[in-house]
Design a binder for this molecule. Structure first.
Ligand SMILES: NC(=O)c1ccc[n+]([C@@H]2O[C@H](COP(=O)([O-])OP(=O)(O)OC[C@H]3O[C@@H](n4cnc5c(N)ncnc54)[C@H](O)[C@@H]3O)[C@@H](O)[C@H]2O)c1
Ligand SMILES: O=c1ccn([C@@H]2O[C@H](COP(=O)(O)OP(=O)(O)O[C@H]3O[C@H](CO)[C@H](O)[C@H](O)[C@H]3O)[C@@H](O)[C@H]2O)c(=O)[nH]1
Length: 389
């Protein structure tokens, strides 16, 4: 972190929409470790201000094309990683228009700003939900795209828009279809901490700590070996490395639209996850069988052959014990911090230095060369050759 000040002027800047969220923040941490300068663009609807630690935060909506354009130019951005969006499957069933608006409408705003600013490289957060409920595992990229929820359909719509924009306008895109992101950073600084938590692992850990009292296993009558739904849990740190590999390709010679799975390549049932949590913590949840949740397929497990071949993707931390151990460590810190009287005290558990940069109100670093005027070209021609057709 001591290097951050000097890196401000030399490192390639990457716009991370949704960088205050769970996956986006982990990718920002990995970007900084790899020598990039992550610039978070986030409306903080589900993200956390304190998760933005490895570069500046610009508060804004991705629908706001003018603000996106201004941010891209002001920060001399080389590529965009687009995490911002709404991603809770059952919520999308209840409020589909909100999901189309934020995910598809948000993408239009982002693309409008990128086109105006001449930035043409994008890593897109897609999802295994684009495959719907295919029945057979493992899921390859040749599995038919047949989403069964508004969330999945909104993400597939985004992929199709990006593919068309790539063919017509020279936009270069890698869409990464994640399976179930899980676990937390070894730094102890970031992990799952949404205002309303719906995901299995954090909810089970919150229930064990007495922080929620409505935990249930959603469905025990699925056609799976133990009757509970099977998912492919992939460590968020492995996902972050997959994003770095995708970015490297886009900054190199990767052109056009490319989509691939990112998962662990193996599945675990809800009961197996709960058992792993018990093995790690020594604590067991009371049996709480509940009804199926709207929109949940019985089993989703990835084939990651294409990601291995195309991106060199190699999950290293995505075994269930490692995922559970890192998530448990994170929730232990979070609980202790809250017991001490406020999440702001998370810095007490910091394992590395706080951010060394400071920004004026508009989020533009004053000493940045492009801070006070448009810069559609730079020394290495990033924006010059980034112009859309
Ligand atoms: N968590 C998973 O298992 C998973 C799986 C597959 C795909 N994804 C996708 O990955 C991305 C990130 O997921 P996450 O789990 O980190 O979610 P998250 O809710 O933790 O993060 C999303 C971030 O985007 C921000 N945001 C939302 N709408 C915005 C808008 N209109 N403008 C600006 N910022 C906005 C939020 O404030 C938040 O910081 C999402 O696009 C999601 O669909 C997640
Ligand atoms: O309290 C809970 C929470 C979840 N579950 C079950 O645990 C499994 C995993 O659920 P999560 O909510 O953790 O994850 P999802 O599989 O629903 O969602 C993940 O995959 C989706 C695609 O299918 C989206 O991409 C989404 O963003 C991503 O988190 C599901 O069978 C769910 O019903 C429970 O039994 N109890």
């Amino acid at each position: 972190m001591g290097e951050v000040g000097s890196a401000l002027t030399s490192a390639k800047a990457i716009l991370v929409t949704g960088g205050a969220g769970y996956i986006g923040a982990h990718v920002c941490e990995a970007l900084a470790a790899a020598g990039y300068r992550p610039v978070t663009y986030d409306n903080l609807s589900t993200g956390r201000r304190r998760f933005v630690r490895w570069g500046p935060l610009v508060e804004g909506d991705v629908w706001d094309a003018d603000k996106v354009r201004h941010t891209l130019i002001a920060h001399d951005i080389s590529a965009v990683m687009h995490f911002a969006g709404s991603s809770v499957v059952p919520e999308s069933v209840r409020a589909p228009l909100d999901y189309y608006r934020n995910n598809v409408g948000g993408l239009f705003g982002l693309l409008g700003g990128m086109r105006e600013a001449g930035v043409n490289r994008l890593v897109f957060s897609s999802t295994c939900a684009v495959y719907g409920d295919p029945g057979d595992d493992p899921i390859t990229e040749a599995t038919p795209l047949a989403p069964v929820t508004p969330y999945g359909r909104s993400k597939l719509g985004c992929e199709q828009i990006l593919s068309d924009a790539s063919a017509a306008h020279g936009l270069n895109v890698i869409a990464l279809r994640y399976f179930n992101a899980s676990g937390a950073s070894a730094s102890g600084l970031i992990g799952e901490d949404r205002p309303v938590e719906t995901h299995l692992i954090p909810r089970a850990m919150m229930a064990l700590r007495g922080q929620i009292d409505d935990f249930a296993v959603h469905g025990t009558d699925y056609p799976t070996p133990d009757g509970t739904a099977v998912r492919d849990y992939v460590h968020v740190g492995d996902l972050a490395q997959g994003h770095l590999a995708a970015l490297t390709q886009l900054l190199g010679d990767r052109r056009g639209f490319f989509a691939c799975n990112l998962g662990a390549g193996r599945g675990h049932s809800v009961r197996q996850v709960l058992e792993a949590i018990t093995n790690h913590s020594g604590l067991r949840l009371p049996d709480a069988a509940g009804a199926r949740r709207a929109g949940d397929p019985p089993h989703l497990v990835s084939d990651i052959t294409l990601a291995r071949q195309a991106l060199g993707f190699a999950p290293r931390q995505s075994d269930l014990p490692s995922i559970v151990a890192s998530a448990w460590a994170w929730h232990s810190r979070l609980s202790a911090v809250r017991a001490f009287g406020g999440a702001a005290r998370l810095s007490a558990f910091r394992t590395s230095a706080p951010p060394t940069w400071a920004l004026p109100a508009d989020g533009v670093p004053a000493r940045h060369p492009t801070a006070h005027g448009p810069a559609l070209q730079d020394a290495d021609g990033d924006h010059a050759d980034g112009r859309w057709g």
